[in-house]
Design a protein around this ligand. Structure first.
Ligand code: ASP
Length: 322
């Protein structure tokens, strides 16, 4: 695997391989000395054209734990603010012998251009492009679900038989798109719940069920894993707003509150990719409650990104060298 651009590109076996290697990586992170020598002498550039807390820090941590050198690039303060193109930025990184580019970009498809336009030989990993894909997010979500819901020894397993519900701003969510792709590849049944204004055109062709009423969905398709999405206010205001009547109405119809939490199956877990709008799509009680695995998602993100950097940058097929 040279690049990771989309969850859609992963076969079931490849996805399981990444999750299994992430488990090995996670085990190394419980040690006193967390660093492995695997990528010593290699350089990873974090090329982030959009804001990020978890994903950027997590890729940086993952690369450093594998002993790579890490350069963090943000357009503010670089020649991008003088109008330099993506192509010239990538050619510049290539001239400095970058081995991997982790890219987040506001334009859907930018990582494909970087990987396939002949601008660089580096491995390209998509860290979120527009409203399109965020493959490492869906892998860390799958790792978290597998650990909680697929028995005590998740290694080698897929998500067969799980019911996964994704609620909220699907329209703007690369997390939802990657999740639908990966979770269905891994054998889960996915249900989306959103107001019609926050569902993309063509959602009826996606391999998942769709509900407009959250309470009905929770009754009729009770989830093992309930993923709440962030209301992406920045993309909504860029589009002129008007996606729902008021925040209060959104919270009443689509928010996860204590009553909906209490209606979940006993074993069900609650996920959120972050950053959360507490009080809008999720109450603090739900975000911090016993069913919440939101902090674990962040921890698993480091292990998954170590696995992805390892597999792409070493071209490895097998086990991680200790
Ligand atoms: N952090 C995730 C992303 O970058 C989810 C979000 O921003 O709502 O897509």
């Amino acid at each position: 695997m040279k690049h990771l651009l989309s969850a859609q590109d992963l076969t079931r076996d490849q996805a399981i391989q990444i999750l299994d290697i992430a488990e090995e990586m996670a085990a190394t992170q419980a040690r006193e000395v967390k660093k492995l020598p695997t990528l010593r002498g290699q350089t990873v550039v974090n090329l982030f054209f959009e804001d990020s807390t978890r994903t950027r820090i997590s890729f940086e941590t993952a690369a450093k734990r594998l002993s790579a050198d890490v350069i963090n690039f943000s357009p503010k303060g670089s020649s991008v603010s003088k109008g330099e193109s993506l192509k010239d930025t990538v050619l510049t990184l290539g001239a400095m012998h970058t081995d991997a580019i982790v890219v987040r970009h506001y334009a859907s498809g930018a990582p494909y251009n970087i990987a396939h336009a002949g601008w660089t030989d580096a491995c390209v990993i998509n860290a979120g492009d527009g409203t399109h894909q965020h493959p490492t997010q869906s892998l860390l979500d799958a790792m978290t679900m597998r650990r909680h819901l697929m028995g005590p020894t998740p290694v080698g397993q897929d998500l067969n038989g799980l019911s996964i519900m994704i609620v909220g701003d699907v329209l703007h969510s690369r997390v939802a798109r990657s999740g639908v792709d990966l979770f269905t590849t891994l054998g889960a049944k996915v249900t989306l719940v959103a107001p019609a204004t926050l569902l993309p055109i063509g959602v009826d062709t996606w391999p998942c069920g769709v509900y407009y009423d959250l309470d009905q969905a929770l009754r009729e398709a009770p989830p093992d894993a309930l993923m709440m999405l962030r209301v992406q206010k920045e993309r909504m205001s860029a589009a002129g707003g008007g996606f729902f009547p008021s925040p209060q109405e959104y919270t009443r119809d689509y928010g996860l509150d204590e009553a909906r939490l209490a209606a979940l199956q006993r074993h069900a877990i609650v996920l959120h990719p972050g950053p959360m709008n507490r009080g809008l799509e999720i109450t603090s009680g739900a975000a911090d409650g016993a069913r919440s695995v939101i902090v674990e998602q962040v921890a698993n993100g480091v292990a998954v990104r170590m696995a992805v950097l390892y597999l792409t940058m070493t071209g490895a097929k097998g086990k991680v060298a200790a």
